[in-house]
Design a protein. Structure first.
Length: 290
């Protein structure tokens, strides 16, 4: 990752409060600054927005009032108002402006408590952002800030190419002084025509092989627990795994992703639906990759 800071996309909603709370915890755990951004629609090429200067001042003042109220419990976190053609574009520009390592957005949107429900902005970011995107589920605002980041879980896929995900997970683990857990769901959702007992044996063996190869690629100073998810399908396997309050899960982008861009694949999307903790989606390649 080329940056270091945390950028939070804020709206005056519960989802915005979830994003702010997660961003604050990430900033504290990683010992880095947090920039909270309200993105307002730009009047340029948008005939639905009045061009009156008084109206523009009113909108900006309202947004700054939201920020002052939201940031009152978070001393040291800075708020900003930016204009862009879309919220996702504005947050990507803010990430570049502030040198962000991650963009944080809320995904509650009225969904079940502790679960994710992607809105337009989150959907656009997880399919195009150039930096990792952290998705805060409904209720993230109620996690005790004192828990920090108690554990980092990296969901390892079944094919090679997880280098950037692994490097990111190891870096977060090291900086936050948090244990690293490697999770493999390999073997879950094998074709239905395969015998169930053979499915379990094959999946377990393959998952263990994947995890062992990944563990050998970690830096020597990083110790990682390795667990294999088992269940009738991806969602069931994720729901049967233990998750600590405050921990985060990292997943890699689909192989359909453009270099140095995100693309949330189908497996990661299914993990997200069942996941009760924040998910960070990591680009397939880093800024320094060719």
């Amino acid at each position: 990752m080329s940056g270091d800071r945390v950028v939070v996309g804020y709206t005056a909603t519960d989802a915005g409060a979830d994003a702010l709370a997660l961003g604050a915890r990430l900033g504290a755990a990683l010992d880095t600054s947090v920039h909270v951004v309200v993105v307002l629609p730009s009047a340029e090429n948008n005939v639905s927005i009045p061009t009156d200067a008084g109206y523009e001042r009113l909108v900006q003042d309202t947004a700054r009032g939201w920020l002052r109220e939201a940031l009152a419990p978070y001393p040291g976190i800075r708020g900003h108002v930016r204009f862009a053609s879309s919220v996702s574009d504005g947050l990507v520009s803010a990430a570049e402006e502030f040198g962000a390592a991650v963009i944080v957005v809320g995904t509650g949107g009225g969904g079940p408590r502790g679960r994710h429900r992607l809105g337009t902005t989150a959907e656009e970011l997880v399919h195009s952002a150039p930096v990792p995107v952290a998705l805060a589920p409904e209720g993230a605002r109620d996690v005790d800030p004192a828990v920090g980041l108690p554990r980092i879980t990296a969901a390892i896929g079944t094919r090679p190419g997880a280098d950037v995900l692994l490097d990111t997970a190891a870096s977060v683990s090291r900086r936050a002084n948090a244990p690293l857990r490697l999770l493999s769901l390999a073997g879950v959702d094998l074709p239905g025509r395969v015998d169930a007992s053979l499915t379990r044996l094959t999946g377990q063996a393959h998952a263990e092989s994947v995890l062992e190869s990944v563990r050998t690629a970690l830096p020597a100073e990083i110790e990682a627990e390795a667990v294999v998810g088992a269940g009738s399908d991806i969602e069931n396997a994720v729901s049967r795994i233990d998750w600590m309050p405050g921990e985060v899960a990292l997943v890699g982008s689909s192989r359909l992703a453009q270099p140095r861009r995100l693309f949330l694949g189908s497996t990661a999307g299914r993990i997200l639906r069942a996941l009760p903790v924040p998910m960070i989606v990591v680009p397939r390649t880093s800024e320094t990759s060719s």
